[in-house]
Design a protein around this ligand. Structure first.
Ligand code: SF4
Length: 412
């Protein structure tokens, strides 16, 4: 038996939960539940608290340890919860000694994450119950977008040396993984603080060159305006680099982007998508867009709606604006909640229409699909495929597409 992991939020958290699973196992922490929280929205924090209360109700004897970005940014309020035994910071959670000494570290072991300068690779052997392995290449962020608390949960940007990333990918390939996702908080700032400052494009090429067993390399969300030229060229000439990019666009209006302290303009986003599509015609784009950012009026919102078509986005993640405590955006004139909800619904609808158009275009084709631990797989474009029954996980197979259900393709 080993500790139970409950993971919220991003792929980085999924990777780190795997690191903690190993540390907890080696420390013999069999009766613990580790809750790896997210702080990106108020809703994510609310769900974490609700889950902690449920776990305590269902497991009166277990040791409940809370970590992750919500614990890092608001340690005292989690430590004040009677259900919680320990609160562990985002740096401490990756340190094996935290887990061997967990009974003697007091209720809180959370240090100043802004003081952290380097990221050592915390290697993993795999991701339990996943056919796609997630590798952390970067952490933290040097930007300060006005709506975002991530830098306060993750610290400043730091990168894992290229050799360590290659070694990690090699281990995962040896353990049977055919698809790898490179992840971080702001991966397009990869390498900025490393000797020789290697860029993300160089990292991608090194991984593909030195680990030929990996059939698919995927990137997690990127900041398009920071993408380096070599990375774009890699999309043109590396077939094993998957034709799917998730973009952190956030809005389609330049004044809103300025008030968000984003580094790109509407025109930059559109030009980026056109350029990458010229280099890699089969590429598809997903994007994060916030609905109802403070001061956003109907005309500004309409420019976010129009961005879906102008960038030909297919996989949309819509975030109703959520004021995060301590952020500049939380102090700006807020849009009324009902309007935020209504705009988010219109944006989702736009996204669903775009996805349906993409799904419809795949019907009748035979696509390469990675099979996973459910009757679901994913194409190279990261489109979900539903199987009648769960195939053997972790294989890449040719699948004839018979139809779609508006959200997923249906295998013949
Ligand atoms: S780039 Fe902006 S939105 Fe992304 S993590 Fe950094 S501060 Fe947050």
């Amino acid at each position: 038996m080993s500790a139970e992991l409950v993971t919220f939020g991003c792929r980085l958290n999924t990777n780190e939960s795997e690191v903690m699973r190993g540390h907890a196992q080696r420390a013999g922490l069999d009766d613990a539940v580790i809750v790896n929280t997210c702080a990106v929205t108020g809703e994510a924090v609310r769900q974490a608290r609700q889950t902690i209360r449920r776990i305590r109700r269902e497991n009166p004897q277990k040791t409940i340890i809370v970590t992750g970005c919500a614990a890092q940014t608001d340690a005292d309020s989690f430590a004040a919860m009677p259900e919680v035994d320990r609160v562990v910071g985002n740096i401490e959670k990756l340190d094996p000694t935290t887990w061997t000494r967990i009974d003697s570290t007091g209720r809180k072991s959370v240090t100043d994450i802004m003081a952290v300068r380097q990221t050592a690779m915390a290697p993993i052997e795999g991701i339990e119950g996943r056919a796609r392995a997630i590798v952390q290449v970067q952490n933290g962020c040097d930007h300060r977008c006005t709506f975002c608390v991530i830098p306060f949960g993750r610290g400043n940007s730091r990168s894992v040396p290229v050799d360590d990333v290659v070694a990690q990918v090699r281990t995962l390939a040896a353990n049977g993984y055919r698809e790898i996702v490179l992840t971080g908080v702001d991966i397009t700032s990869y390498g900025e603080h490393l000797p020789d400052a290697p860029k993300l494009g160089a990292l991608v090429r090194r991984v593909l060159k030195e680990v030929p067993e990996i059939e698919r390399l995927r990137l997690s969300s990127i900041d398009s305006v920071e993408a380096d030229a070599d990375l774009l060229d890699a999309f043109a000439d590396e077939a094993r680099l998957m034709p799917h990019l998730h973009l952190s666009l956030q809005a389609g209006d330049d004044l809103v982007l300025k008030r968000m302290k984003r580094r790109h303009s509407r025109a930059d986003a559109i030009a980026f998508c056109k350029k990458v599509r010229r280099l890699r015609p089969d590429i598809v784009f997903g994007a994060d867009i916030i609905a109802g950012f403070p001061t956003e009026d109907e005309a500004m919102f309409t420019r976010s709606l129009d961005l879906v078509a102008e960038c030909e986005l297919t996989h949309l993640h819509v975030f109703p604006f959520s004021p995060r405590p301590g952020t500049p955006a939380a102090r700006m004139p807020q849009v009324a909640r009902p309007i935020i909800k209504e705009r988010a619904a219109r944006l989702r609808e736009k996204g669903e229409t775009a996805l349906r158009r993409h799904l419809h275009a795949q019907v009748g084709k035979t696509l390469r699909v990675l099979t996973e631990y459910a009757p679901i797989g994913h194409t190279e474009q990261f489109t979900a495929v539903r199987f009648a029954s769960a195939p053997i996980p972790g294989r890449i197979i040719d699948v004839h597409i018979a139809g779609h259900d508006g959200r997923r393709l249906i295998a013949a």
